[in-house]
Design a binder for this molecule. Sequence first.
Ligand code: HSE
Length: 408
Amino acid sequence: MIYVAIMGHGTVGSGVAEIMINHNPLVAEKVRDKIEVKYILELRDFSSLPYAEKFTDDFEKIVNDPEVKIVAEVMGGIHPAYEFVKRCLEAKKSVVTSNKELVAMKGAELLKIASENSVNFLFEASVGGGIPILRPMAQCLAANDINSVTGILNGTTNYVLNKMIVDDMSFDTALALAQEKGFAEKDPTADIEGHDTCRKICILASLAFGKHVYPEQVKTEGITNVTLEDVAYAQKLGCAIKLIARAKKLPGGHITAEVAPMLVSNSNMLSHVNGVFNAIMVHGDATGDVMFYGKGAGKMPTASAVVADIIDCAKHLHARKYFDWQEGEEGYVVPDTSKKRFFVLIKSLDFEAMSKSFNAVFPDNTWNIKNEFSGEIAFITDEDFEVEISKKLDKIKYESIKTMKMLF
Ligand code: HSE
């Protein structure tokens, strides 16, 4: 018999408990052994549940029980998750987690502790919810030198942007709906300000390129400045606005990583990823682009990935899975200075003067919408260095300006 403990009984934790209990014969068949949840760590009262006898509010009971071999941490946040996970690993228990904040900040350290104690630390659910991405990237694409990882990694923001586009819904109403459906973080600021996406690209980049990327190293912008007007112009220009995360390998051992709302051309498959769905495009030197797609948030998709990790740990109680990377370092992540296209929206009360200067600075630009009535020009620039585009924009007579990067 293999005993498991679940730490946390929120959205994901309750899904993990339900799968482990309701699908027990299926899980046991996969593990080829009996497997049972012995404890669920939770402070709140769940005495009306049929499995109420499993609840405890005492972490010491779990960490000191030699029968517990696998612990699922689904509490979220850094404290006390970090301390609990560390102690479980040191007590030679394998740990699985859906906690992207924990992995993004402490991943290298916890992987090292797991290795020193010959146990596993797995976190498939921390990126892309129910989408298998970490294991395929580390194992199935192992023969590749991975050059870049680009994706839509937050279900809440993608759901909100989609509702704004398709249903003309306000930002606040769409966000409230995402919260209701259990996609959003406890504090949805982490979703809309891009922090959740940032943590996920840190995990992907650490795994893809072998060195820890910390959230503070990644330039991050959320979707709070995206308006219905931007969304409408993007559509007319043949694009969709998406919160994009990307990490790229650069020559000389550096990488670049960023999170920002970008215009994605309709010719790019990422522009068609809607609602709570996430997609991750991995570019390997042998495979070219490989895309992973599925539900990136929600109780059961995420719980599915956590339980898969529990099963993997149960099958490898005496063997290690190699998902390791090295500690990171200052200066490893550098700004992306490559040439790009930009979406620009300029406004002026003097539309004629603005239009004239626009024509003079960008004489060959055909990818634009001029709206004399509202005094606006929305356009896509040719591919160029950001600094060169800025110099050109400085020559145009506008009163307000907004720019976004474009993804082809
Ligand atoms: N709040 C996250 C999202 C949950 O919306 O994608 C999954 O990590």
